[in-house]
Design a protein around this ligand. Sequence first.
Ligand code: GLC
Length: 447
Amino acid sequence: MKKALLAMLLVGVLAVSVVASGCIGGGGTTISTQTGEKLQGKIVFAVGGAPNEIEYWKGVIAEFEKAHPGVKVELKRQATDTEQRRLDLVNALRGKSSDPDVFLMDVAWLGQFIASGWLEPLDDYVKKDNYNLSAFFQSVVNLADRQNGKLYALPVYIDAGLLYYRTDLLKKYGYSKPPETWQQLVEMAQKIQAGERKENPNFWGFVWQGKQYEGLVCDFVEYVYSNGGSLGEFKDGKWVPTLNKPENVQALQFMVDLIHKYRVSPPNTYTEMTEEPVRLTFQQGNAAFERNWPYAWGLHNADDSPVKGKVGVAPLPHFPGHKSAATLGGWHIGISKYSDNKALAWEFIKFVESYSVQKGFAMNLGWNPGRVDVYDDPAVVAKAPHLKSLRKVFENAVPRPVVPYYPQLSQIIQKYVNAALAGKMSPQEALDQAQKEAEDLVKQYSG
Ligand code: GLC
């Protein structure tokens, strides 16, 4: 992975032409691409996310429409939760609906969309426009967007789990740097929590995503891989689950202990904690440590944030003798096979992936752009320095299994990991059961 990134940086980046030329044709509603093809009409773009992200997309669309007079992009607002976003799209695609034309997909379910034949291959568009793909995170493109030799999507932003911490509180309690092991995190969290609780009864040492949903699988992957465990492995091209490995059971026991034994994470971790409640708890000054994605950085440092200027960010801790692990997340853009305006959808993709729009994402939303050239932009380095300094975290991020049945596999993992967190099953029982159901699932798919 590192090699690929280096090669890409050396290749450098060619300018990508994104804006179609001129406005011609009847009624001013058509424009032409650089290859002379007429673009016209409307596309529907489906996207979800935090409220500030939706607002930002509205601005991106307005800019696109300004650069392409007569053309319309309708924003179809989706939920924040990845599973709701997936189900909404699956509905439209199963019904072969021509809307939405273009949409964002979680890297976790891209494999399912490609295997289902729902995405328009982009190779012909890339070729026709001589579009430069070397600007993108090659390792991620090769892992997620390119399958069976065809390109189906492009990364808009790359996520990886990070540890946020309160720099002022670490200093106040005598710590010079963030924790490197999970045990150190517990010790620091307990001490800071005990001290802060005297003034603030709502204070917690460490907040993270434990509700039964996709985000819990992401957190679980991080504990498991930072203990030398794994969810499964490919053997002769077939994915084989290893969910109840001893390393995984130990990792899950630690997650349970954070809530029930060390008591540094709140009981609502397993009933309510998704990204936004976690972010808000930390941002309101009610936590010392937080596990979240890069987007939290911009919001923590916004003018109205009570923790502005008091936030540090570091790689997640690991278990002794192992390495830190961050789950690979992120969102990719692609065109529906059933779109009735694919040419315009491709023009929109090029705009979203242009240097200036990608730079805007990094500067204004704290997103880690799918284009690597943006990372070295001095303005980006000044505004979100960790995107560059933590580059290794992104390069080495651990993908969730890239299998067509990932959504079903995820449901199994979520259910049992959450049952253990809630104290309904022991980690061993939970993972034994998850392993059994995962084996059945794989059998169904491989016949
Ligand atoms: C973020 C990640 C995505 C992950 C989701 C879980 O949106 O980018 O990959 O599945 O969080 O909640």
